[in-house]
Design a protein around this ligand. Structure first.
Ligand SMILES: *Cc1c(COP(=O)(O)O)cnc(C)c1O
Length: 455
């Protein structure tokens, strides 16, 4: 997660590890960046603070591969933190985007691609209507406002370790006990912004029942990642989302399922395709982002028609955006979703299976305690000896310094993993045999580097 423990840098690699690659051009750009941008990056995790070393500045990308400004090539296991489901520079997406750019880039008036993308989302996901915004943060912020406006209530329930963007009310940490209001998770968020937020341990039904009993008629909504991926992948236990949906319904609160990461990524229908569609329940509101923008800033929230009808201009709850539903972004998202066929998900699922079992084998052989967790095609590897990870406290048992050594050994062997021990690994339909083989070849030495960091 973006708030997890930091440390400065890792030691040198062991003798038999891969050779570090040139980073002079990235280092020079990082210097320039730091003099004009806080920390040299525009989103904190990119800075490599959690793993040490120089962030790579990327010059270009194609398919499964990134090329940095020093000319190094890497198999990309971040995929822009999820969006690049089809890999980079997909020719069909590129062509449609280029054609859209040629027609002008923003009009501040409605367009056809917005309607088509909304129809595509409504066809796949459990929403009757959607409203487009430009980031996942905006989507969750707006969904909460709408839930409060619809119910006339003010309290929001969330889970520790679930990340919903940098919304003030959601940058909250659990207070001194269960069922007490949260404290700000960062300076700059006033206590008044989190004093209506309750933070619970994930996968904990008793904690959910307790707050709904303690705050009757006050809870506007419960928001959860549909399957948490921002503390590493921590899937809901069987029936947990159904339980949340039912508990909210029974208490007149809305169930907000945040599918910004999982939507159109873990399956054709997102996480809901893996549980709600099978079990026969629907969330009241859903948030989307990442894949649905096809690499552009596009996100959305949607849900029940009667709830969405409360939104301006149809209803009184205000929400707006100059670039919302931007024609380039919606064209890219639409092209991506139309190309995201069952074959695409099957391919990503098979590649993920190969990579995660090879990672687990390599770590086991090197004697590194770990657990691999997955939902649909999305997975992560926890460097922990504590067994299954079911909530944020479990995730924090991760050995972040062993991961840092592993990360750098992989990077030196040409594999770009998330520069944090608490993130999912992402693949795409462009991860072919050559890309996957590069990852497999890199794993044994990286696992030994992780073992050496623990010794
Ligand atoms: C990435 C993410 C967000 C925030 O989206 P941004 O576009 O980065 O603002 C919200 N919720 C979840 C589950 C996410 O993974």
């Amino acid at each position: 997660m973006r708030g997890c423990p930091d440390f400065a840098r890792v030691g040198p690699l062991s003798d038999n590890g891969p050779v570090p690659r040139p980073t002079a051009a990235s280092s020079a750009l990082f210097e320039r960046a730091r003099s004009v941008t806080p920390g040299g990056v525009n989103s904190p995790v990119r800075a490599f603070n959690a793993v040490g070393g120089t962030p790579r500045f990327i010059r270009s990308a194609a398919g499964a591969w990134l090329t940095d400004v020093d000319g190094n090539e890497y198999v990309d296991l971040i995929c822009s933190w999820g969006p690049m489901l089809l890999g980079h520079a997909h020719p069909e997406v590129q062509a449609q985007v280029a054609a859209a750019v040629a027609r002008g880039t923003s009009y501040g008036a409605p367009t056809e691609p917005e309607v088509e993308l909304a129809e595509e989302i409504v066809a796949r996901a459990p929403v009757e209507k959607v409203r487009f915004v430009s980031s996942g943060t905006e989507a969750t912020m707006s969904a909460i406002r709408l839930a409060r406006g619809f119910t006339g209530r003010d309290v929001v329930v969330k889970f520790a370790g679930c990340y919903h963007g940098h919304v003030d009310a959601l940058l909250a940490s659990a207070g001194s006990g269960l069922a007490t209001f949260a404290v700000p998770g960062t300076p700059g968020v006033p206590a008044s912004s989190t004093e209506l937020t309750l933070v619970l341990p994930y996968n904990d039904r008793a904690a959910v029942e307790k707050v709904f009993a303690e705050y009757p008629d006050r809870i506007a909504c419960l928001i959860t990642e549909a399957s948490p991926g921002n503390m590493g992948v921590v899937p809901p236990e069987a029936g947990f989302n159904a339980f949340l949906a039912e508990t909210c319904r029974a208490h007149g609160a809305l169930f907000v399922s945040d599918e910004v990461m999982t939507g159109f990524r873990v399956s054709r229908q997102g996480q809901w395709g893996l549980d709600g569609a099978v079990e026969g329940w629907r969330p009241d509101l859903v948030t989307f982002g990442k894949v649905m923008g096809g690499g552009f800033p596009a996100a959305a929230f949607g849900g029940r028609a009667d709830v969405m009808a409360r939104l301006a201009p149809e209803g009184p709850v205000y929400q707006a955006g100059t670039l919302s539903g931007n024609p380039i972004a919606t064209t890219a998202g639409l092209a991506t979703l139309r190309l995201a066929t069952d074959e695409v998900y099957a391919h990503i699922g098979a590649a993920a299976e190969t990579v995660k079992s090879a990672a687990s084998d390599a770590l086991r052989q090197a004697g590194v305690a770990h657990v691999v967790q997955a939902t649909g095609t999305m997975f992560s590897v926890f460097f922990t000896a504590s067994g299954r990870v079911r909530d944020f406290d479990d995730a924090l048992t991760t050995d972040a310094s062993a991961y840092a050594a592993f990360f750098h050994a992989m990077l030196d062997a040409g594999v770009y993993l998330p520069p944090s021990a608490y993130e999912a690994w992402f693949l795409s339909s462009a991860h072919d045999d050559r890309a996957v083989q590069t990852v497999l070849d890199a794993l044994p030495a990286a696992a030994r580097a992780a073992a050496a960091a623990q010794a």
